[in-house]
Ligand binder design. Structure first.
Ligand code: ATP
Ligand code: MG
Ligand code: MG
Length: 373
């Protein structure tokens, strides 16, 4: 069987390995962490830095095609590998998604609505118009995730302090009154076929995804989101899986950010769709057909952060007794607060059943609930 390469060894990489295995592929994972969970699931784990020349050569030799599970793989690594084997998505697209400044510049150039913002550099004077954005959020341009590398800014002094603390290029973004958050995950293969999961609605807590409803109850927004996402795919000449995060503000969709990969909010597809986001990733990578239409049934995802373990290991048997409950534990051993340890997806024939079970689950886990309606 053909072997596929995966850059990154976290939970998204682990699901890629599982989907690839199901379709008959072997997988080599490159991740510097010897305890990588995707590395453990793969046929071979290359333990080396992402820019290690020998490891990259070995990856290119062994693999028919290569993808990534997180956007912070050096773009130079992707470009180097692409000299030998197909790399999807391409370095050019991932490079843009690595940097909020480039991402926002792309969105602006396409006329796609986005939050008012300003790029700032440490050790350079802050333009006076920054204060027009207050209250704002300062975000590091690169490498932030799960709300890390972000500072809430109410005034000039806080901005000066936060920019100095970050000591890195940043984007200052106006804090918006969100009416909702949504995400669309879609895939394009090298032959040009495009396949989308349904639009999902997301609820965040402290900058971390807490809950996802799939599908969202918003047909009009879904059409708008698909139009925007397809324009982005075309502009980036994108091949692979792309997730577009949206804010709903004053009835209008704005793009928050892009993820050049499957996404936490796409996890319901593991249990509620007839093609999950990781199978889409494998299919796109290998130029296999993409489903013309992905059917889904109602599902709610609740993330399991390390906090849930504070009162001891949850009573899994009692949770597994709940109807339509699908438990996913990622095999991480150290349940630190705010660390994504797993998730639960609740499926049901109708939303009332899903809502009821979600409520019972949250009560049992002792985590306050978000409302989905
Ligand atoms: P991810 O883990 O999704 O990559 P991230 O660290 O890149 O997250 P963002 O997506 O920029 O962070 O922000 C995280 C969350 O913080 C958003 O989903 C939203 O709930 C909130 N947020 C971010 N920017 C804004 C904004 N301009 N106005 C209001 N809320 C915001
Ligand atoms: Mg992000
Ligand atoms: Mg985000």
């Amino acid at each position: 069987p053909a072997t596929l390469g995966m850059l990154g060894g976290g939970q998204l990489g682990r699901y890629f390995v599982m989907a690839a295995h199901r379709l008959g592929y072997k997988v080599v994972v490159l991740d510097p962490d010897p305890a990588s969970i995707a590395g453990a699931a793969a046929d071979h784990h290359l333990v080396a830095p992402y820019d290690d020349p020998a490891a990259l050569q070995e990856l290119a030799n062994r693999c028919a095609a290569i993808s990534c599970e997180f956007e912070n793989v050096p773009a130079t690594t992707l470009a180097l590998l692409a000299q030998h084997k197909p790399v999807r998505p391409a370095a050019s697209a991932v490079g843009i998604c690595q940097d909020r400044r480039e991402e926002k510049a792309l969105l602006a150039s396409l006329g796609i609505p986005l939050a008012p913002h300003l790029a700032l550099l440490p050790n350079e004077p802050i333009p006076a118009q920054a204060s027009d954005l207050f209250p704002a959020i300062l975000k590091t341009a690169r490498e932030g995730y799960d709300g890390k590398g972000q500072w809430q800014i109410a005034n000039w002094d806080e901005l000066v302090t936060a920019l100095a603390t970050s000591n890195a290029p940043c984007v200052l973004e106006q804090k918006l009154a969100l009416e909702g958050e949504f995400a669309l995950t879609l895939a394009r293969n090298p032959s040009g076929a495009v396949s989308a999961l349904p639009l999902v609605q997301n609820w965040h807590s402290g900058g971390i995804l807490d809950q996802t409803r799939s599908p969202a109850n918003a047909p009009g927004l879904e059409r708008e989101a698909k139009t925007i996402a397809e324009r982005l795919i075309a502009a980036l000449d994108y091949v692979g899986v792309l997730t577009v995060e949206f804010f709903l503000v004053a009835g209008q969709l704005l793009v928050n950010e892009l993820a050049p990969r499957p996404h936490n909010s796409g996890h319901p597809s593991l249990d509620n769709a007839d093609c999950c986001q990781f199978e889409l990733q494998v299919r796109a990578l290998c130029d296999l057909p993409l489903p013309a239409h992905i059917r889904v049934r109602p599902a709610m995802l609740i993330n399991l952060l390390g906090d849930v373990w504070q009162a001891g290991t949850p009573n899994w048997p009692s949770l597994l007794a709940l109807p339509g409950l699908h438990l996913h534990l990622y095999g991480k051993v150290d349940p630190r607060p705010n660390r994504k340890m797993g998730h639960v997806t609740i499926t049901g024939a109708d939303w009332q059943a899903v809502e009821e079970t979600t409520h019972i689950l949250r009560t049992q886990l002792g985590i306050a609930g978000h409302r989905s309606q």
